[in-house]
Write a protein that binds this ligand. Structure first.
Ligand SMILES: NC(=O)C1=CN([C@@H]2O[C@H](COP(=O)(O)OP(=O)(O)OC[C@H]3O[C@@H](n4cnc5c(N)ncnc54)[C@H](OP(=O)(O)O)[C@@H]3O)[C@@H](O)[C@H]2O)C=CC1
Ligand SMILES: O=C/C=C/c1ccc(O)c(O)c1
Ligand SMILES: [Zn+2]
Ligand SMILES: [Zn+2]
Length: 360
């Protein structure tokens, strides 16, 4: 066992210890600040459904203790000597990725989220051999390449969900040429990612149809988020009436589900973009894509450049996320409520305003 370097900072985070996914206080040390590192005091951190997948070991690769959280907004409290982009006092964000090889094709094309050597902000191992730990903690140390400035005009708690949910919808719309005004888009699953999908797509001038598992969110989808239409996926008549009507569907459902009902909603050349992390095979018969030359594809968060872009896009368009701010001592209830689809639409933990030593 190595001893703790005098220059290492001790922090408290809330960690899962096993696949029950229950979080409780956990003390660990941050690496010594490197030349290009930014140290941030965490202010807010959103709760993404991926945090549930990870703490509950849905993908079978979880390592514990695990401090989740990858929609992190904080204040810079220290910078390494070669940090040029940030200064102490800046409000900054960190998302899903904190490292990449910088040498492969995706890295050279500035789509580092597709680097095979990417380093996840938690449940991974950093270049120094330490486990990475996420944003449900008092502080993080992150290479400046994986830090973004939160622009003036965005409240820090509002900005947090943009660092994963926001960029996750923005990136495929941009990459697949789906930013053109007038397109007809579908958002399947109105949760954290889905509600940003409605907002971003509406701001691009799209006609947006929410496709939901129940009628419960209809009024809020139309009245608050600005959706143009609302389909309940189990209503065969509504689904049949909407056949062949959409240019794309952003599918955010986090569990196994049939694809064919949604492929049927697409026009010729329409795209079904899978977002949900589902560790089981999904199926469809080939004519469902052949007859109409439809595409089933996927997309993973967005690049650092796109993260900066979506933040600016939201400021320019006056977009915010719709959030419920909670303290850390509520994080386990928040995770349970998120899992049972009981949040409108993202929990954000007020980390700096919480007593992190409290045991739930
Ligand atoms: N590809 C990527 O880069 C990213 C992937 N993800 C993944 O996307 C998925 C969605 O994430 P997020 O938006 O945070 O999740 P949420 O839980 O906030 O939203 C998921 C939505 O899917 C619908 N849904 C349908 N069936 C279920 C079910 N059995 N349980 C829960 N929800 C259901 C619900 O909408 P409704 O009530 O309308 O049916 C729900 O609100 C997750 O799998 C997450 O890991 C997240 C971020 C980035
Ligand atoms: O929430 C962001 C992360 C998404 C994600 C996508 C795919 C995958 O295998 C993951 O483990 C996470
Ligand atoms: Zn996420
Ligand atoms: Zn790379």
């Amino acid at each position: 066992m190595g001893s703790v370097d005098a220059s290492e900072t001790t922090v408290t985070g809330w960690a899962a210890r096993d696949a029950t996914g229950h979080l409780s206080p956990y003390t660990y040390t941050l690496r010594k600040t490197g030349p290009e590192d930014v140290v941030l005091k965490v202010k807010y951190c959103g709760i993404c459904h991926t945090d549930i997948h990870q703490v509950k070991n849905d993908l079978g690769a979880s390592k514990y203790p695990m401090v989740p959280g990858h929609e992190v907004v904080g204040e810079v409290v220290e910078v390494g000597p070669e940090v040029s982009k940030y200064r102490v006092g800046d409000v900054v964000g960190v998302g899903v990725i904190v490292g990449c090889c910088r040498d492969c094709r995706p890295c050279k094309a500035n789509v580092e989220q597709y680097c095979n050597k990417k380093i996840w902000s938690y449940n991974d191992v950093y270049t120094d051999g330490r486990p990475t730990q996420g944003g449900f903690a008092s502080a993080m140390v992150v290479d400046q390449k994986f830090v973004v400035k939160i622009p003036a005009g965005l409240a820090p708690e509002q900005a947090a969900p943009l660092l994963c949910a926001g960029v996750t919808v923005y990136s495929p719309l941009k990459h697949f040429g789906l930013m053109t005004p007038g397109l007809r888009g579908g958002i399947l699953g109105l949760g954290g990612v889905g509600h940003m999908g409605v907002k971003v797509a509406k701001s691009m001038g799209h006609h947006v149809t929410v496709i939901s598992s129940s009628n419960k969110k209809r009024a809020e989808a139309v009245d608050d988020l600005g959706a143009d239409e609302y389909l309940v996926s189990s209503d065969a008549d509504q689904m049949a009436a909407a056949a062949d009507s959409l240019d794309y569907i952003i599918d955010t459902v986090p569990v196994k589900h049939p694809l064919e009902p949604y492929l049927a909603l697409l026009k010729m050349d329409g795209k079904l973009v899978l977002m949900g992390v589902i560790a089981e095979p999904l199926s469809f018969v080939s004519p469902m894509v052949m007859l109409g030359r439809k595409t089933i594809t996927g997309s993973f968060i967005g690049s650092m450049d796109e993260t900066e872009e979506v933040l600016k896009f939201c400021v320019d368009k006056g977009l915010t996320s719709q959030i419920e701010v909670v303290k850390m001592d509520y994080v386990n209830q928040a995770l349970e409520r998120l899992e049972r689809n009981d949040v409108r639409y993202r929990f954000v933990v007020d980390v700096a305003g919480s007593n992190l030593e409290d045991v739930a």
